[in-house]
Write a protein that binds this ligand. Structure first.
Ligand code: KG4
Ligand code: ZN
Length: 344
């Protein structure tokens, strides 16, 4: 029996809706981002994000239904992100989903945003279990051992900053625009991804308690102190002193990207050693938009005869297709929620 799911995502600054069919896959994937509006503040302002969701959610959902050539009447299940995220933003999506479910007597399913990311590669591929997934975004850096749909465990996570946060914060140090990841990739490619400054690779000591965990806060500090040493940063006034030195910006960007590549590869290597039955690896989340990282991780895995997957960019960054997909397998497993569903 075919199940049609309407997915709704509003955990951060993207208002997104998607229709996913259990038999035909993604029928539509629509998104409005308030990131541009927020970029002048150097990051997401929760109040602005919530207001933007409220303004756009009707249009985004209606467009997703139109593009899928369907209507609410034909939808079987409403899947909505309930955590983690900005409370004010999550509540807009959840209230919207609950209202539809109540008014039209539809099934309702709450989805964890990170479970959505972890299964985002499955939108485009048949992936064998057991599977290792590295999720890297602006808010999270996690490694999951995935046994089956809805059955997974966290085997590593950041103990401080997320990988995307490292790109964003270091970009800010050297006067680059937010979000930092894309501009850092561009600048690094212009100097052929060379490692100029050899920043320290943290958490490499295998004797530490949780060697699969990540830490990016020390890397941020190391870059900062290296800039101070080069007389390029005034730490007291928090000011980059060489705003017109494109060469320096490129060298920092490239050294940082190579360092993060090494950290990711080292953690995957360790996980594959600890769990030798792993059949496939995926790299997901906003940071997986990075083609250099994607290619390097792919090469590493394929050299070890492990299948590697990474979603197209539209499914790496926040989207509702991944939420609808998780909603779909939960529906098949009979895991429904009631109208008491909350964001915690
Ligand atoms: O998944 P996402 O869109 O939102 C969150 O849930 O955080 O991820 C955003 C993060 C930002 O930190 C951004 O700098 C990073 O993904 N990012 C990249 C690239 N594109 C986006 N990082 C590295 N290279 C990229 N090309
Ligand atoms: Zn996300």
């Amino acid at each position: 029996m075919e199940i049609d799911v309407l997915g709704i995502e509003s955990s951060c600054d993207e208002t997104a809706a998607s229709v996913y069919s259990s038999t035909s896959g993604v029928l539509s994937n629509v998104l409005f981002s308030s990131a541009k509006m927020q970029s002048e503040f150097g990051g997401v302002v929760p109040e602005l994000a919530s207001r933007s969701h409220l303004e756009k959610i009707n249009l985004v959902v209606q467009t997703a239904l139109n593009e899928a050539k369907t209507s609410l009447n034909e939808i079987d299940v409403i899947a909505v992100t309930t955590k983690p995220g900005l409370p004010g933003s999550l509540l807009i999506g959840l209230c919207f989903a609950k209202t539809i479910a109540w008014a039209l007597n539809k099934k309702l399913i709450g989805v964890n945003h990170l479970e959505g990311h972890a299964f985002s590669s499955f939108l485009e591929n048949n992936i064998p279990f057991p599977h290792l997934c590295l999720t890297a975004s602006g808010g999270h850096t996690n490694m999951y051992l995935m046994h089956d749909f809805g059955k997974y465990e966290i085997i590593g996570q950041t103990i401080d900053d997320a990988a995307g946060e490292a790109f964003d914060k270091i970009a800010k140090f050297i006067n680059l625009t937010y979000p930092g990841g894309p501009v850092i990739e561009k600048l690094a490619s212009e100097v052929n991804f060379e490692d100029f400054f050899k920043y320290p690779r943290p958490m490499q000591n295998l004797n530490i308690e949780s060697p699969l965990n990540f830490s990016f806060s020390g890397l941020k500090t190391a870059v900062l102190y290296d800039l101070v040493k080069q007389n390029a940063f005034d730490i007291e006034n928090k000011k980059f002193l060489r705003p017109n030195d494109l060469e320096l910006q490129k060298k920092v960007a490239s050294s940082l990207l190579v360092c993060i590549r090494d950290i990711f590869i080292q953690k995957i290597k360790l996980a594959l050693k600890k769990y030798p039955h792993i059949k496939s690896v995926s790299f997901v989340g906003g940071v997986a938009c990075n083609k250099y990282l994607k290619n390097q991780l792919k090469e590493f895995c394929e050299n070890k005869n492990i299948q590697f997957f990474s979603p197209s960019p539209q499914y790496c960054t926040d989207n509702a297709a991944m939420i609808a997909f998780v909603g779909c397998y939960k529906a098949m497993q009979g895991k429904f929620d009631n109208l008491e569903l909350d964001i915690f």
